[in-house]
Design a protein around this ligand. Sequence first.
Ligand SMILES: [Zn+2]
Length: 158
Amino acid sequence: MIDLRALARDGRSVQRTVPVKSLGRLIDSLLEPVGTVTFEFQGECDDEGKLYVDLRVQGDLVLQCQRCLEALVWPCSVRNRLLLLRAGEELPEDELENDEVDALEVEPQTDLLALVEDEVLLALPLVPRHENCEPPVKADGNEEISPFAVLRQLRGKV
Ligand SMILES: [Zn+2]
């Protein structure tokens, strides 16, 4: 937990590398929770006293390709600029039309990992797919019996 407003006021930054496993809500979207994610929060206070953090998240996440169902390594690279607001504070008018910045209401203490999870979840591809791959071939035998095989069996019994 960290006071993001204080971080922004002082222009400090926090950088950490954490195991993917520690991003709990992300795990359901992954084929395997392996590897690490590195994130950085860089605080900034502008001339008008507005507080921002620039957030960067980077790491390779193992997703499941929705075509061949094999592992797909997705290089996660998120960058976002967040304007920090107090709970209940209105978004300043000049920011309403600024698409570059997302507003974030922050509590005095912010859970950085939860914020990183949110950003990565938003960035995940909806339908992850390799550029070139084939749907899986059905296993021989059990799953599908060709009509010819059935016919041969019937003939054998006659
Ligand atoms: Zn694939």
